[in-house]
Design a protein. Sequence first.
Length: 468
Amino acid sequence: MQDFDVVVIGSGPGGYVSAIRSAQLGFKVAIIEKYAVMGGTCLNVGCIPSKALLDSSEHYYNAVHSFEEHGIDIAKPKVNMGQMIKRKAGVVSNLNAGISYLMKKNKITTFHGLGSFDSAKTVKVTKEDGSSEVISAKNIIIATGSKPTILPFIPVDKERIITSTEALKMKEVPKHLIVIGAGVIGAELGSVYARLGSKVSFIEFADSMIPTMDKTMGKELQKSIAKMGADFYLSHKVTSAAVKGKEVTVKAQDSAGKEVEIKGDYCLVCIGRRPYTDGLNLASAGLTADERGRVAVDEHTLQTSVPGIYAIGDVVRGAMLAHKAEEEGTFVAEVIAGQKPHINYNLIPGVVYTWPEVAAVGKTEQELKAAGIAYKEGSFPFKALGRAIASGDVDGVCKVLADATTDEILGVHIIGARAADMIAEAVVAMEYRASAEDVARMSHAHPTYTEAMKEACLAATAKRSIHS
Ligand code: FAD
Ligand code: NAI
């Protein structure tokens, strides 16, 4: 039996990063992935392919809607869905090869097959051809990720009623895409098809889009997506969905019980994701998943109730984000090595890659109010930014929330062009517990979008923004 110091089950951003960090720390490492390709949800059916399609659809949308204004005359552009999906697949396979290279470079033994616990110290790998092998390990890291949540009364046939996985490999542009759930996936993939010309109807249980983010963000994002002709059925609960030939009929009720019926040719169900431990045989290791399917871990070590078994990423509590999984991957390897690493969960940024982008870190206004924390707010609109006017991307706002007494930045919420990259400044500032005054006094290159952050900090400190 092959014996390892660390065996990682799952090769998503949590798993492969923990394998690399473990190898860097001198451990003998193996990684088990049930699919033929490495990279997990994020690389194969998540972050990367969705961003490839977001970028392609944005190019198309700009070519149709803003090239002329910029003085670029071209023949009317057409969508070539086959090529768009082929390009996306190329991006993914390029990065699949990159992860395999990193495994080899770090001398990590890779197993392709289903990993299941044989005992608390041994894992059975069942390969596609049915053959199996048992390996042993001093430490095992569960990094098996998540799968889409499905409503029991919605018949997801993966043809007409689809999840994000199918929405990333469409053969045609839907005429009318009904999106159930206006959260992160709904906003991103709904945008892709709205840009490509689909009519998009969002049905959302909450009273705004991306409801877990600061309310201003959802309101502004809805305005910008509505400009592409999208419809919103907010505060609506889906009651049924049915497919007849090429037509999907979805019924929903508003809070007063009034029913609407929406007909489209595709329906994307994106109402959240659930931790995935199917086939892992947790019981053989003496483990169970909680009522929400998560593997419980100790906050200080990410160790499960069984010594030597750890869990990270989407399969444990917390934000289901690739960079959160990566931080936990590094964290666990360092815990196993006897180090004392640290993760600041309050400062994991959240980004929605629509256009304009939405990015946030720290507390929302609603959270500060609920916690009774006195705060100051400073906002700066993108339409007053020289750089935004030069590029024509004037929709957006940067909002900074600072402690009313100490001026420490408690939350930053940005909707606007390049917000995804801008949020890194807020993360660094908040990690060092900067005040709004600190950032307001730092030089920001002109003309850049980052000036919105400086101006919002000026606004948060005695309303002294210069340009608004
Ligand atoms: P996963 O990436 O889910 O990887 C788990 C791996 O474990 C999979 O490869 C699976 O096959 C394997 N596995 C499971 N069980 C077994 C087993 N028993 N044996 C062997 N292997 C097994 N996050 C962001 O931060 N930014 C984004 O832009 C973003 N975009 C997204 C877009 C979409 C459409 C989706 C669906 C998700 C997106 N996410 C994004 C979320 C992100 O993909 C996840 O948070 C991240 O992939 C979680 O990483 P993980 O390592 O925990 O698990
Ligand atoms: P989500 O939690 O972001 O959004 C789901 C939405 O569906 C919520 O707004 C919720 O109110 C709504 N909803 C739930 N039940 C409903 C019902 N019965 N009828 C109508 N609406 C209903 O989940 P989503 O969009 O599926 O994404 C899953 C996860 O994947 C995200 O939470 C995020 O962690 C990750 N992700 C991250 C991305 C990023 O970082 N850019 C991109 C895509 C996904």
